[in-house]
Design a protein around this ligand. Structure first.
Ligand code: IPE
Ligand code: IPE
Ligand code: MG
Length: 245
């Protein structure tokens, strides 16, 4: 079995995923884009369980970007409603799997129902320790950095610390989810070779894996393949390191 090829001692702790291609998948099936998002949600349910079983500790998924508000209103409304439904439907399974929900992004700008449902799940699952599912919703990498800069500027203005005290470590403490480690592996589906404003700060040294698979058709085997590929890489972090043979 392919699963045996994963080295269980070197599973990426934090896997981040740009779940792309829902619209293309739907169009190819002759369905509307919203059907693609529903199918994408089903993939996410599976992958949360698979990632947790494989020993991933944090799974961050790009669910809705700050740029996605520019999509047609019907699609945005459908996505916000889908998040509400999913948050309600998945709470029991998250408790059973020991998954803790977190959200990165400007949650306060979401429609009331979406925000409240997410906040309830975040609160209800905060004691779970098997895996963190971090949904990036109303998330933009530049927005996150600007928000951090604002918070830091306020602290400097209040006299809490000096501009000279700001270093990479301090700065990262003001990002949306400072308690999470940086992603080890970044997966993007649908064959797009771009970052699309995702985790700009945090992916400085993440290994990137792009697959042609569209998100609705992404499987456990695809996740395993990505992890095996990751395990074959030599992470150098700028230093001189002997290549793996
Ligand atoms: C990703 O799929 C889901 C979201 C951005 C919400 P897309 O909707 O971007 O699918 P494509 O890129 O149009 O195929
Ligand atoms: C990135 O995908 C956002 C999410 C997956 C939520 P997009 O489909 O929005 O990105 P672009 O437009 O192809 O760069
Ligand atoms: Mg897309």
């Amino acid at each position: 079995m392919i699963e045996k090829e994963i080295d269980p001692t070197r599973v990426p702790k934090h896997v981040a995923v740009i779940m792309d291609g829902n619209g293309r998948w739907a169009t190819r099936q002759g369905l509307n884009r919203i059907e693609g998002h529903i199918q994408g949600y089903k993939t996410l349910r599976r992958i949360v369980e698979d990632a947790s079983n494989l020993g991933v500790e944090v799974l961050t998924t790009y669910t809705f970007s700050t740029e996605n508000w520019t999509r047609p209103k019907e699609e945005v409304d459908a996505l916000m409603k889908l998040i509400v439904q999913a948050a309600r439907a998945e709470i029991a399974d998250m408790q059973e799997l020991g998954v803790r929900l977190m959200v990165s992004g400007r949650i306060e700008e979401l429609p009331d129902a979406t925000r409240e449902e997410l906040l309830q799940d975040i609160e209800a699952t905060k004691g779970n320790t098997k895996m963190i599912l971090n949904l990036a919703i109303n998330y933009g990498g530049r927005r996150e950095i600007v928000d951090a800069a604002r918070k830091i500027a306020r602290r400097v203005a209040a006299g809490d610390f000096k501009p000279e005290d700001i270093d990479e470590h301090l700065f990262s403490q003001y990002l949306y989810s400072p308690e999470l480690p940086d992603p080890d592996l970044l997966i993007r589906t649908a064959n797009e070779m771009r970052i699309s404003n995702f985790l700009l700060w945090e992916i400085a040294y993440s290994e990137i894996y792009v697959t042609k698979k569209l998100w609705p058709e992404f499987t456990k085997e695809d996740l395993i393949e990505a992890i095996i590929d990751y395990q074959g890489r030599t992470r150098k972090f700028g230093a001189v390191v002997e290549e793996k043979s």
